[in-house]
Design a protein. Sequence first.
Length: 499
Amino acid sequence: MTYSSILSSAGLAPKELSRGSLAVHSPIDGAEIATISETVSQDFPAIIARAQSAFRQWRSVPAPRRGELVRLLGEELRAAKDELGALVTLEVGKITSEGLGEVQEMIDICDFAVGLSRQLYGLTIASERPGHRMAETWHPIGPVGIISAFNFPVAVWSWNAALALVCGNPIIWKPSEKSPLTAMAAHRCLERAIARFGDAPDGLSQLVIGGPDIGAALVESRDVPVISATGSTRMGNIVGPKVLARWGRPILELGGNNAMIVAPSADLDMAVRAIVFSAVGTAGQRCTSLRRLIVHESIHDDLVAKLKAAYASLPVGDPRESDTLVGPLVDAEARARMLAQLEKARSEGGNVHGGEAVKMGVPQGGAYITPALVEMPAQTDTVRTETFAPILYVMRYANLEEAIEMQNDVPQGLSSCIFTMNLREAETFLSASGSDCGIANVNIGPSGAEIGGAFGGEKETGGGRESGSDAWKGYMRRQTSTINYSAELPLAQGVRFDI
Ligand code: NAD
């Protein structure tokens, strides 16, 4: 398929792809595939007013009816899966099955949210006072601003959008300036669902296009009570305090520096498969990508030999080809950052395997590179830094306590895992004195989460939770009510105040 046929199949008209100031490039070959119009900050008052007006109507629509809109969105996404998946591949360079997997994740969260629309449960609580009842109710909170990163150009939006909509909130989405086309196509799916739904308020969902300035306009608005921002820790450092300073609620999903501990009893063949997928899948550009391997000294050499063999045969190339497993990095700057980090690792005593630019047999103009395996003598500052590229640092440990300490000794706290057949080791890793991450797995890699669990991490990863479990509570306001059905007015804690 040509680039223009991928764009038109995803519902994007040539007219809207050639009329603006924001240039969009494909990582496949660096070609400019569109120039689109950007939102200007002067438009924001009207955008926010539309969202506020939509909120006044949408909050009173019964939640199961709101769920019907999300059910229709799921239908639209199912119908557009192939086209949207192909656009993800074109715009961010994911291999075909990962592009499709991203759309499947959107469908999954829609299914989840439809069920959720009948389960926005509150508690009833025993009152200490006779003839009284206490209850907790969850109410819609207001417009939700969604700022998303390039590497999951649509799935992260859907995690937020599906929950926010069933929770009774309008949404305003600012996608990454590197992936606005996938956002436009996904938003069209929601617009079609809204048209089929019939009576959704205008302004229920709005898309704003642009870079950090446009994100900042959203972040600074007092009338957008929740800002869900996904991206680098650098971005979260700016966005989080700004939202808090105006008494808003940030949901921050920031950088990770994810590790795997491989214990002596591990099934090494299974570990190798998990390591390779999670370290080089999406060309190492997942927030949950495996970046640190902490291996018991008794199996270190054996595992490294197996990994070198596996890395040597990895097909790097055009993400549209069915046998490619490692596509391009998002752009040349990302490749330059990867090469610079490898230099730093070398200067800290690292022994680097791979990490070479690939020029032959790949589309010219793309940032193709072989994934790097780096044997490190210790966990240095370079290892503690997230580099958004396929670099896997390998280090040794002697006992589990030391391994867990190394696993936790980084600023980020997103995902982690252990490979072991030893129940004591597995449970210690999952215990209060084990991994300090938001995600901790056993005998499975750190990446590729399902939507059923709450997703997010601690420390510099930001503390936010999205997607499954009770993450929906972040998109609602909690109200505690005490109802007195007696003829007396007793005070709590035995306080007397008789008049
Ligand atoms: P980025 O921080 O450069 O950009 C992310 C988004 O934030 C973009 O939409 C960008 O325009 C916006 N932005 C940047 N500065 C802003 C500001 N000052 N005010 C408002 N908006 C601003 O990140 P990226 O390069 O697109 O994505 C890669 C990063 O995202 C990695 O660090 C990765 O770990 C992280 N990430 C985290 C998760 C997660 O769930 N924890 C998921 C995906 C990506």
